[in-house]
Structures are given as C-alpha cells and as structure tokens.
Design a protein around this ligand. Structure first.
Ligand SMILES: O=P(O)(O)O[C@@H]1[C@@H](OP(=O)(O)O)[C@H](OP(=O)(O)O)[C@H](O)[C@H](OP(=O)(O)O)[C@H]1OP(=O)(O)O
Ligand SMILES: Nc1ncnc2c1ncn2[C@@H]1O[C@H](COP(=O)(O)OP(=O)(O)O)[C@@H](O)[C@H]1O
Ligand SMILES: [Mg+2]
Ligand SMILES: [Mg+2]
Length: 327
C-alpha cells in the first residue's frame, strides 16, 4: 500500500529561556505536531545559518547579535518567512512611536464609539522642563524605552509638579485616565484576535487621601494585589461589558497592517468619564499568549495560515493553481 505523504512544516523559534517556558508549552508542541507543524527550538549557541531548513521563524530576542544573524539568514534564505520583521518590531520599543500608529489609523469609526490614546508628552531633560503642556495631573510616568528590561516597566503616578522632581528622563508623561479598574488585553496572531478582561489600576479617586507627590508603580501594583482578594472587585470585572467584537477586530486589523506585525497584543481602557471612548495605552510584541484560554489552537491556526499561505503563493507563482483551475 502506498504511504500517504503529509506535508509537515518546520517552524523555528528563538526566544529567551523564560519565554520558551511560558509560551512553548508541551501542550502547544503536541497540538501543533498533530496538525502538521514541528516547532523546533533554534540553538542560540550555533550560527542560525547552519540550522536550516525552516518554513518559518518566529522570534523575540533583543540584542545586535541576533539581529545580525537573522538578517544574514534572511538574505541567504529569502523564501523563509520571518515573523516578524525586525524594523517593525523596533517601532514598539519606543512608547512614543508605539502609540503614534493609533492616531494614524484610518478606520471607519463605529457609531457611538471613539478611540485614541491618552494625552502624552515626551520629556528628555527635567532641567529644561517647567510645564506639563496642558496635561492634567495625575499623570503616569513611563520609561520611553520599552525593550523588555525590568526598568522599562518601572512606572510612577505623579500627582503634582513636586512629584516631577523624582523622575528620571527620558520618559513620557501620560494623563492618567480613570477606567473603572478594568483593562482589555487584545491578543493578535495574524488574522486571529482575542480580547480578554484583566484587573488594572483602580480609579484615582481612591488615592485622593494620598499625600504623596509621586507613587512608584510597584507600590500601586501591591495595592492591586491586595485588592485582588476582594471578591466584589473580581465580580465587577467578570460582569463588566466587553467592547463590541467588531470594533476590537477593526482596531486589531488596523494596527496589524499599520505596524506590519502579526504577533502582538495591545492594552485598551474605557474612559469612565466619556461613554464609549476607548484608549490604547500599550502595545507589546509577542506577548504572553499562554494566558489565553485555548492558546494552543489560537497560535497553531496562525502558524498554519502563514505556512499554507506561503505554499499557495509558491504554487501560484509556478502556475500550479492556475493549471488546476483550468482542468
Ligand atoms: O510575562 P507574560 O508571558 O505575561 O508576557 C508579558 C506581557 O504580558 P501580557 O501578555 O500583556 O499579560 C507584557 O505585557 P504588558 O507590557 O505587561 O502589558 C509584555 O509583553 C512582556 O514583554 P516585555 O517585557 O515588554 O518584552 C511579556 O513578557 P515576556 O514573557 O515576553 O518577557
Ligand atoms: N494612561 C493611563 N491611565 C490609566 N492607567 C494606565 C495608563 N497607562 C497605564 N496604565 C496602567 O498601568 C499599567 C502599565 O502600563 P503600560 O503602559 O501597559 O506598561 P507596561 O508596558 O509595563 O505594561 C496598565 O496595565 C494600566 O493598568
Ligand atoms: Mg501593558
Ligand atoms: Mg508593555
């Protein structure tokens, strides 16, 4: 009996060990394998160029050596799909360029819904900085750079001008927007989009008693952690209304095209003061997909889209699909 030949695809992944541990779980490896995808870990101690063949490479690594290797690999293997291109990912490493793209989105706004980003400014040097240019306190200070380091997540709530003195530029100052302590995290993998609700910082009125000028984020995170044990808050989150899925998909697709990225998520809040106003506050490359229910299916569907789309493009280019169609 003739053996059935099934197309198998090799996807190489280059990730930090911790990320391998959280995202490339055995449940994903098995699920992908059953659907024809072999997930293969790229050995970072050896030249990438010696580790072909791959149909596709996925990656989240910082540092010049990886960039050099990937560029060399791509120029010698132009047919291998790299998810995603280095310059597209770079845009997310700066909190200004990251959010500029949201303002540039040309999408037909849904009736009754508006979207945007909170007011923000870039501060390079506090010595030459006297005004917060129309921003209202409290503001949230975020490091300009978002490069995966612990520092890049170090934030602070600033309640007044005095608090500005405790900041270390380069930073961005962003208006704090009350949003009912609820954040929407929208995960994107190519054409696949999933939105989940998570706890966020509580509304600022809850801090009104605070006599602080500046509250570093870790302290606020602690407040959240304590709050999490509160059943009422958990219930509030559970019962909170989701944004319309057509709206979420429209924003996700708009960002995907504008950023030229496949693997990312964005954090979105709903302004408590203005009916249906949604604000994007953060966009992350290759986030923690394993936090999603059924993430194995979510990611494998995307992998198959990528490799099969590539295969059909190849067939088209050599005329196979055309011939089949004319038979
Ligand atoms: O820690 P995880 O798995 O939840 O993923 C982190 C993301 O959490 P999220 O999926 O949004 O809940 C996290 O998202 P946030 O910035 O926390 O919104 C980042 O994407 C983080 O990557 P990096 O430190 O910015 O390079 C992600 O960290 P890495 O795992 O990529 O280091
Ligand atoms: N403008 C804002 N208004 C209110 N809360 C915010 C704002 N920006 C950030 N936050 C809160 O701070 C958290 C961390 O900020 P974020 O920009 O997402 O940084 P990170 O990249 O470290 O996740 C968010 O998840 C949200 O809870
Ligand atoms: Mg975030
Ligand atoms: Mg982030």
């Amino acid at each position: 009996m003739a053996e059935e030949t099934v197309t198998r695809y090799r996807i190489g992944y280059a990730l930090e060990p911790q990320k391998v541990h959280t995202v490339i779980q055995s449940s994903l490896i098995i699920h992908a394998k059953n659907r024809g995808i072999d997930l293969v870990q790229i050995d970072l101690s050896k030249p990438l160029i010696d580790q072909a063949p791959y149909h596709c490479i996925i990656h989240k690594l910082y540092g010049p050596e990886w960039c050099r290797q990937l560029q060399e690999f791509s120029s010698r293997n132009p047919d291998v799909i790299v998810v995603d291109p280095l310059d597209s990912i770079d845009r997310l490493h700066n909190r200004i360029s990251m959010l500029q793209v949201v303002n540039e989105l040309k999408i037909c706004q849904q009736p009754e819904i508006s979207f945007g980003i909170p007011k923000q400014i870039f501060v390079d040097n506090l010595a030459f900085f006297y005004e917060i240019e129309g921003l209202k306190f409290p503001v949230i200070a975020k490091p300009l750079v978002a490069n995966g380091s612990a520092n890049s997540h170090q934030m602070a709530l600033v309640f007044n001008k005095e608090g500005l003195k405790g900041l270390k530029p380069p930073i961005i100052l962003q208006e704090f927007v009350n949003h009912g302590g609820l954040i929407f995290k929208v995960y994107v993998a190519g054409d696949h989009v999933k939105c989940v609700k998570r706890k966020s910082l509580p509304d600022i009125s809850e801090y009104a008693v605070s006599s602080e000028d500046l509250l570093p984020f870790s302290q606020i995170s602690n407040l959240i952690a304590q709050d999490q044990s509160d059943e009422n808050v958990a219930k509030l989150i559970e019962e909170a209304e989701m944004p319309p899925s057509s709206f979420v998909t429209e924003i996700a697709n708009g960002l995907k095209h504008a950023l030229k990225l496949n693997l990312f998520n964005f954090d979105m809040i709903r302004d408590s003061m203005v009916g249906n106003r949604y604000l994007v506050i953060d966009i992350n490359y290759f986030p923690g997909y394993a936090n999603l229910p059924s993430y194995e299916t979510f990611l494998t569907d995307f992998f198959l889209d990528i490799v099969q789309r590539k295969q059909s493009t190849n067939l088209e280019s050599i005329g196979v699909l055309v011939e089949q169609g004319s038979n």
